[in-house]
Design a protein around this ligand. Structure first.
Ligand code: HEM
Length: 154
């Protein structure tokens, strides 16, 4: 169970990033061309919401129940884990940055829905998706980092 969820969590990061990039480019193109906010824009936003929400739930399951890293190594010795660069990343940094990314994505989604002017919708979509992507990029354990993981789960 643990390995399967970790595999999916690792792979799904790419769908989160791809759908986020798609939403970002749709917003940018909308601002540049001043075109109406069309169904394809809504679909891009929805795809980003769905992938990031599922990823969040999988991450939460790993964090609170499935991962031996948190349940066996970090939680029983939280104070000591805070002093270790790698364990601190998994204990707080990854979770915090991803919760902030999820919040930015959702705030953006609500603000886009509330705006009545198409240009304002595109601008909000672009800016909040950009913020979410920066936070996602900062929270991903890229291979070159001390706590890095492989780019693909196989
Ligand atoms: C929503 C965006 C998220 C992205 C893009 C993301 C991405 C990743 C990636 C790439 C890994 C490494 C997987 C591997 O070993 O190949 C990972 C591991 C992990 N993530 Fe996330 N994550 C997200 C959210 C979360 C959240 C919200 C939590 C906790 C509440 C979380 C908890 C974990 C844990 C505990 C691990 C390590 C599990 C282990 O090695 O045993 N993730 N995540």
């Amino acid at each position: 169970m643990y390995r399967t969820i970790l595999f999916v969590h690792s792979l799904l990061r790419w769908l989160v990033l791809i759908s986020g990039a798609w939403n970002l480019l749709a917003g940018l193109a909308g601002v540049a061309s001043k075109r109406p906010y069309v169904k394809a824009d809504r679909v891009a936003g929805l795809a980003f919401m769905i992938t990031i929400d599922v990823q969040f739930l999988l991450g939460l399951a790993l964090y609170v129940a499935l991962s031996p890293l948190t349940t066996l190594t970090i939680f029983p010795h939280f104070g000591a884990a805070m002093k270790d660069r790698v364990l601190r990343f998994w204990a707080v940094e990854h979770v915090t940055l991803m919760v902030l990314a999820l919040t930015a994505a959702h705030v953006g989604n609500v603000l886009v829905k509330r705006a009545s002017d198409p240009l304002l919708k595109h601008r909000r979509s672009f800016l909040w998706t950009l913020l979410a992507l920066i936070l996602l990029g900062a929270g991903i354990p890229w291979q070159i980092l001390p706590y890095g993981r492989a780019l693909f789960p196989w």
